[in-house]
Design a protein around this ligand. Structure first.
Ligand code: PLP
Length: 417
């Protein structure tokens, strides 16, 4: 079971760190997200250590998993944060994140979100268009502040990933076109409340090869050098996130190799290096624990109907994504081919197709690699309260988010007068 750190069977029961998952189901119910503190911390340390003595900042991409306990854990390890909304800003601040380590990405920042970030004193705004520069300048002027800015440049590099999570092609909505970037940097001279600090790119998510990262970095570095010859000295370079993880048979580069490839491309340039990993920090540190409600055998197919659904883990329905599914307790009856599906009224509501497993009604299953873009993309579709979240730490179990209640779910709604 390589690829799932701190996970293994003990006495035929699947454990995360030292905690058997059936114990968690008993204590906290299902469906339930379960994360390993050790796995989160070791992934962070791998990124951080790989830079050695080079000036750098790892900015965890909050959207991958924004639970306060996870943000707090990364903050304690010294992490920075990549946010994409005012809401994520509030979460990071509440979790004890250092504002001076926050970068603010996203194509559609609102003026009120910019103001909140300026007041908090964030490290940098990753600006994605000329129109956004003008609005940010205005907001900064009204606030009596100078906004630190980096331009997100679209390097037009094929990330070779799923089209929905590819962001660095010229037809994508992200960043400023590569060929216009230089002109835009010059144009920013007219904005007296902006200070050009950096240059950034982010070409997509779940990348499993180094080449696109290197190709994008080389284009960005070339631009950095050209800006420098024109007298614009930038203090940091942000190479985004996107490193993939193993869900199934993928072989993404190990974290140290990825960091090494970036450092090699950067060479002796002495800008501070920022990266924005999300999935690679949290993806394989979490799983979704679910219980089989019913087994249903039709002439064509065998279905295992579980209590987790597309509203809890959207990736299979959204991208056709694969998640490995393991039985929590191994037992030796007859194997069958199963469709693992949820109770939601959509045919797209599946967690796994064609899995060969030995299953009984009431069994627990662990949907692996669910730490990233799981809970953070969940919804209440079919009026399903969202799952509880639990963090395992050695032999201890911490509830880090209660299961949502029906009261919470309906709290903002009103009957007509
Ligand atoms: C989503 C995102 C990330 C993180 O991507 P991962 O694939 O989870 O590492 C980093 N930077 C930006 C700008 C993003 O939009």
């Amino acid at each position: 079971m390589s690829g799932f750190p701190f996970t293994g069977y003990r006495n035929s029961v699947l454990c995360l760190e030292s905690v058997p998952l059936d114990y968690i189901a008993e204590q906290c119910g299902t469906p339930c997200y379960v994360y390993s503190r050790a796995a989160l911390a070791s992934a962070y340390k791998e990124f951080d250590d790989a830079f050695g003595a080079r000036d750098h900042l790892v900015c965890y991409a909050v959207k991958a998993n924004s639970n306060l306990a996870i943000l707090n854990l990364f903050a304690r390890l010294g992490s920075g944060f990549d946010i994409v909304s005012g809401g994520e800003l509030q979460r990071v601040l509440k979790a004890g994140g250092d504002p001076q380590k926050i970068v603010f990405s996203g194509v559609g920042k609102r003026p009120d979100e910019m103001r909140a970030a300026l007041d908090a004193g964030i490290l940098c705004f990753n600006v994605e268009s000329e129109a956004e520069l003008a609005i940010l300048n205005q907001v900064a002027e009204e606030a009596g502040r100078v906004a630190p800015v980096s331009l997100r440049v679209n390097p037009d590099v094929d990330a070779k990933t799923h089209p929905y999570i590819s962001t660095g092609l010229k037809e994508n909505k992200f960043g400023v076109p590569f060929d216009e970037a230089e002109k835009l940097y010059t144009a920013t001279r007219k904005f007296s409340n902006l200070r050009m600090e950096g240059l950034d790119c982010h070409i997509g998510s779940q990348l499993t090869e180094l080449d696109p990262f290197v190709a994008a970095s080389e284009k960005i570095l070339h631009l950095l050098d050209r800006l420098e010859t024109q007298g614009l000295r930038l203090s940091h370079l942000d190479l985004g996130g996107g490193l993939g993880i193993r869900y199934s048979q993928e072989n993404p580069p190990p974290i140290p190799d990825y960091v090494q490839a970036l450092c090699t491309a950067i060479g002796s340039r002495n800008q501070r290096i920022l990266i924005e990993p999300g999935r690679a920090l949290v993806g394989n540190a979490g799983l979704l624990l679910t219980r089989i409600e019913y087994l249903k055998h039709t002439p064509h197919r065998n279905f295992a109907i579980v209590d987790a659904a597309m509203n809890d883990l959207m990736r299979p329905a959204l991208y056709g994504a694969y998640h490995h599914i393991l039985p929590v307790a191994k037992h030796g009856e007859e194997e069958k081919n199963y469709q693992i599906v949820g109770p939601v009224c959509e045919t797209g509501d599946f967690l796994g197709h064609d899995r060969t497993l030995t299953l009984s009604q009431g069994d627990l299953l662990a949907v692996m690699s669910a730490g990233a873009y799981g809970m953070s993309m969940s919804s209440n579709y079919n009026t399903r309260p969202r799952p509880a979240e639990v963090m395992v730490d050695g032999d201890r179990v911490h509830l880090i988010r209660e299961r949502e209640s029906m009261e919470q779910l309906m709290a903002g709604e009103r009957l007509l007068p």
